[in-house]
Write a protein that binds this ligand. Structure first.
Ligand code: Q0Z
Length: 331
């Protein structure tokens, strides 16, 4: 059976994370996509990816990733697109997709004894080489399984407002970015397109899933995978402050870890040597982009400005560094 070609395309702000839209047949139907970035390597990769085969049907797309239907399985492909302030930048970061895909692969292997996962094979069509994986098609649970080891983002906001996060009471007088006494499970529901996910308490998440015992197991597994990853990363100078997991089921298994796992896009990665509670922490991977965009005075509304080559290069280096520290392999 011949491998269909696939690959990443630079599409304009695909804000939808929703599943299969019958219109979305992939590349072919999107050939009129405006040409985004303008550096030579990008043009080259667009040219390359334009030949990337269109024959796989798009299953779902996110801001920076796509999923295709592939026989009875799925092909998940990570692009080089980068988003900050929830907006995709017009300039890709070379190799970001490969780095994230390989980080997920690494964690799937390291946590396979805790929970089965959707990874099937890294043997994918040439065009998706290293940035794609074959995964098992699942029925997904409609909750985001968030684990927080540190107080940041919406967790910090909720805590400031009422001393609790998703119904979990926390000790008084915590600072922004403080380490929590123990990791907490703070589920969220997938929001409508363009909106942020909504934090919910455990009982609400259990209602949504329709099975409290199952939800308890999702919580237990989520915390265990987070702890395994956070310990591993901490030993290598990276704080995994928090993360979001997604789970699904198939005929033979009730709980299967899916999506991307403990990547810089699904988690907050902080450089441990810069850790300083009481303020917002710098991002391990995206800080150069944020700093440049802030200095440029961008209002965080699309369209985002093109990124200069040195910002791209420094950012690429941070992704590669994250990969090499975590996996102890050279990229
Ligand atoms: C994951 C998402 C992405 C857009 C659906 N193994 C699976 N089986 C069924 N569905 C999914 C998976 Cl991973 C699934 N998402 C999230 C990922 C692009 C949306 F790469 N949506």
């Amino acid at each position: 059976m011949s491998l269909q070609r696939s690959g990443v395309r630079f599409s304009p702000q695909p804000q939808s994370r929703t599943a299969a839209n019958s219109e979305a047949k992939n590349p072919a139907s999107r050939r009129d996509t405006p040409t985004p970035p303008h550096c030579a390597s990008t043009i080259a990769s667009i040219a390359f990816m334009a030949t990337a085969v269109a024959d796989l049907k798009l299953h779902s797309s996110g801001k920076v990733r796509e999923i295709y239907e592939w026989e009875n399985d799925l092909l998940m492909v990570a692009s080089d697109r980068i988003s900050i302030y929830d907006v995709v930048m017009p300039t890709p970061v070379p190799d970001k997709g490969k780095v994230l895909n390989r980080i997920s692969e690494f964690w799937f292997e390291l946590t396979g004894d805790i929970v089965p996962n959707h990874f099937l094979s890294a043997d994918v069509p040439e065009e998706a080489m290293e940035r794609g994986m074959r995964v098992r098609r699942l029925e997904m649970y409609p909750v985001e399984c968030v684990v927080r080891g540190y107080l940041s983002g919406s967790g910090w906001k909720e805590y400031k407002a009422g001393g609790a996060v998703c119904g979990i009471e926390l000790p008084p007088n915590l600072l922004e970015s403080d380490k929590l006494p123990e990791p907490i499970f703070t589920p969220a529901t997938k929001a409508e397109i363009g909106d942020h996910d909504e934090n919910v308490d455990f009982e609400r998440a259990a209602e949504i899933v329709g099975d409290r015992a199952l939800m308890e197991e999702l919580r237990r597994v989520s915390i265990e995978v987070y702890q395994r990853g956070a310990e591993h990363a901490a030993e290598r100078g990276i704080i995994l402050a928090d993360t979001k997991f997604e789970f699904g089921r198939h005929a033979g298994a009730e709980i299967v870890l899916a999506d991307e796992v403990l990547t810089p896009d699904s988690s907050r990665f902080w450089p441990a040597d810069r850790y300083e509670p009481g303020k917002t922490q710098p991002s391990f991977d995206k800080q150069f982009v944020r700093d440049w965009a802030d200095a440029a005075g961008w209002d965080h509304k699309p369209p985002a400005p093109e990124l200069p080559a040195d910002v791209i290069e420094q950012t690429r280096a941070k992704y590669v560094e994250a990969y090499e520290r975590i996996t102890e392999r050279s990229f």
